[in-house]
Design a binder for this molecule. Structure first.
Ligand SMILES: [Zn+2]
Length: 148
């Protein structure tokens, strides 16, 4: 086994290692996922498309439910320091993998947070709509001459 040149390299190895796939069993979820943590996760099975999800309260409890329901064979996860960060991460993965995911609908924001997905085209359009260039609705009245 090669020696690590710098003690921080070991931390790097562990950080990368958190993104491996783990078998979705209750004992492994309990062993790996801390309690009462906000988190996002991906579920994998060889036969079905991956599924992205998150928990705003307790990631371990959510993953245990999936494990008991045999929702998938493998999982990977991240813990997050805020519900907003978890939602943004879930959206990022959703947009990156969307055609291949089993999720049919866009992730929903936490109810009490006024937050929008930063990756939706509609959200990118909002700053343009709010520019002071006349009334926004006037700009979307279809021009009959442009559509023959
Ligand atoms: Zn989005």
């Amino acid at each position: 086994m090669a020696e690590l040149a710098d003690p921080h390299d070991e931390e790097l190895v562990h950080a990368v290692d958190t993104h491996r796939l783990y078998r979705l069993t209750p004992w492994l979820v309990r062993a790996l996922v801390p309690t009462q943590r906000i988190g996002s996760y991906l579920l994998y099975s060889p036969s079905i498309p991956p599924y992205i999800g998150r928990s705003d309260v307790c990631l371990r409890r959510r993953l245990l439910r999936h494990a008991y329901n045999r929702r998938a064979e493998f999982f990977t996860f991240d813990t997050h320091w805020s519900q907003g960060h978890a939602y943004t991460m879930e959206c990022a993965v959703f947009h990156a993998l969307h055609p291949q995911l089993s999720n049919l609908i866009h992730p929903d924001a936490p109810d009490h947070l006024d937050i929008n997905c930063p990756f939706c085209r509609d959200q990118w359009a909002l700053p343009r709509l709010s520019r002071p260039l006349g009334h926004p609705t006037e700009r979307f009245v279809p021009n009959p001459r442009s559509n023959p």
